[in-house]
Ligand binder design. Sequence first.
Ligand code: NAP
Ligand code: 8YV
Length: 329
Amino acid sequence: MVGGNISSEKIDLLIYGPSKPIVDNGFSDQFVLHPFETIPDLERLTPAVAEKIRGMAVTYNSVRGDSKTLARFPKMEIVSSFGVGYDHIDAAYARDHNIMVTNTPDVLTEEVADIAFGLLIATLREFIKADRYLRSGLWLTQNFPLSVGSLRDRKVGMVGMGRIGQAIARRLDASRVPVVYHTRKPADGVSHKHYPDLIEMAKAVDTLIVIVPGGPSTAKMINADVMKALGPRGVIINVARGSVVDEQALISALKSGTILAAGLDVFEKEPNVPDELRTMQNVVLLPHIGSASVVTRNAMDQLVVDNLKAWFAGKPPLTPVAETPAKSR
Ligand code: NAP
Ligand code: 8YV
């Protein structure tokens, strides 16, 4: 089925999260926008306004569409969320309460794959250490030591082989790096070897690139046993969610030499990153920048707007999440 009824009545939207020009300026005067930037801000929302809200744009995952939040809006029809990952939205609650949820897939796929591939090379070839070495003047005294890591002798196990996983695999294929993958079921149209068992795959490779959704089904799936199976040449690249890797187990494994190195774009309690990680030399740390270019973030913001506009024009949403397919309403 399709979106909300079209009428001359004004449509009240909650804009929840940081202000974004594309969102703030993206709606005609048929819409009334109610901006609330932070979780404490939302506490100031009056029941009289909450009663009128029919749609919600979640502009960043620093705010949450959990069941308690969604329950405040009796007339809510659609939550249009920023980001392909939507572990900050209670999609099961939304489904059970006839609320459509949309996300922003595809428009960020290649950008995130670039970051994953770049992070892998930066970790193996020690870009950050080499940059610091040059700046400190040490190159004047001797050459930078050869990197232990190289893409040339690696075999990569992808944890997740969806849109972004496949885009990363394409980059690895072009670089002649052998790739296998673990998911719950084999991915359609993917010719790489599938491992239904993560530990078995970790034993067979020396590098893991993690790109699965967050949430309960993947929580801490990269645990101490997986790290042990990966072994002392092991490298872990996490561009998925911090929740997917057991951060304490990772710190121990990096310290003890159970694995060699890690490249991380995401962390358990962002933006807080444990001091132990921040002081380690065998990690490359990025502040969750997988999709963070102007061009890609603009495309994501636009899709947040376009999903709401399609819905309130009586059309199917452009990118509904799996829990609330367009036909479910
Ligand atoms: P997608 O197309 O839905 O792919 C998800 C992949 O994960 C599928 O291959 C899926 O296969 C697999 N998967 C899901 N649950 C699993 C489980 N319990 N065990 C093993 N494999 C599982 O999603 P996408 O567009 O590639 O995005 C993936 C995730 O990347 C997002 O959800 C988000 O968390 C993260 N992300 C991060 C950034 C960043 O800035 N760092 C940017 C964008 C996205 P099966 O269903 O067969 O298991
Ligand atoms: C965003 C992401 O930075 O799309 C995702 O799942 O992790 C990133 O693109 C994040 O969603 C910010 O809200």
